[in-house]
Design a protein around this ligand. Structure first.
Ligand SMILES: [Fe+2]
Length: 291
């Protein structure tokens, strides 16, 4: 597909890259968006969120904790930003909202539902293409006693950093068999089929860049050749702690993130005995609406 992500079109790439980095830098310096009521955004609040997302694929907001605590706050906020088709994850409630909180039982087998760190990833990297997660939101109701810091990196900036280093890194990560997810079994049954696909791909519908990635080493396999392992190492280097393009923040009650499924990670945390950290998460097949 022609455009900035075409490796043969250096001109289109350079023009897009310059604007992208300038806007991203401005976004990293921008203040978070203050919201009075997540259930009913004012026109300027909505415009501020959409503008930030169009520039750097994410926005951070803060609303009064009391207004943020209602069960439907995350879903209603997402709906006002154009996220209509929600992913019904098997731990999501019927309304498509998942409560990310340390929980026992089967959920406790999965890292998001523990107090452990979560490495860099994009959401739904194990989903088939028909359930591609193009946007997700995290909405904090209760924070931890300590820890639980979030890190964000616009996946388009990760793409730029790699392509500037060597376009062959992008070529390797765009291979249709770069990242392989083995099937997940529950007993004898296949709970999730195997999935093979690229890390970077361009959505044929809108020409936007999509990224599938996880830093996890388990339940995942990479194409076994030198080009892929070199590209994977380069990407890990981009995600190192010192990058000026990474935003690190700790979500306090009432704060949240809306994004076009950018790269993100979470540090470990420790809860007070009687009160667990609680975030509501919404995942959608729709991107955040354009301004
Ligand atoms: Fe995630």
């Amino acid at each position: 597909m022609p455009g900035p992500f075409d490796l043969e079109d250096a001109r289109a790439y350079r023009a897009w890259r310059a604007q992208k980095l300038e806007r991203n830098r401005a976004q990293l310096e921008a203040q978070l968006v203050e919201i009075a009521d997540p259930h009913a955004l004012s026109a300027p609040e909505r415009a501020a969120l959409l503008t930030r997302c169009s520039q750097s694929n994410f926005a951070v907001y803060a609303c009064p904790p009391r207004a943020a605590a209602r069960q439907d706050a995350a879903r209603m906020l997402a709906a006002q930003l154009g996220l209509a088709r929600l992913d019904r994850h098997h731990f999501a409630e019927d309304d498509g909202v998942s409560a990310i909180t340390p929980g026992g039982g089967r959920r406790g087998e999965f890292i998001p539902y523990t107090d452990r760190a979560i490495g860099w990833h994009t959401d739904g990297y194990y989903n088939p293409a028909v359930r591609r997660i193009r946007a997700m939101t995290l909405h904090c109701v209760r924070d931890a006693l300590e820890g639980g810091e979030s890190a964000l990196l616009d996946h388009e900036v990760a793409y730029i950093l790699l392509r500037d280093e060597d376009p062959d890194l992008i070529r390797a990560l765009s291979a249709p068999d770069a990242l392989i997810i083995p099937p997940r079994l529950e007993g004898e049954a296949v709970a999730r089929a195997a999935g093979t696909g690229p890390v970077f791909s361009v959505d044929p519908g809108d020409g936007k860049l999509h990224m599938r990635y996880t830093a996890r080493g388990v339940n995942i396999a990479w194409k076994d050749d030198r080009a892929t392992s070199t590209a994977r190492a380069a990407l890990e280097h981009v995600l190192q702690d010192a990058s000026p393009w990474i935003l690190r923040l700790r979500l306090a009650p009432g704060m949240g993130i809306v994004c076009n499924n950018v790269l993100h990670a979470r540090s470990a945390f420790r809860d007070a005995p009687e009160q667990h950290r609680l975030l509501y998460r919404v995942r959608s097949y729709d991107r955040i609406a354009e301004v």
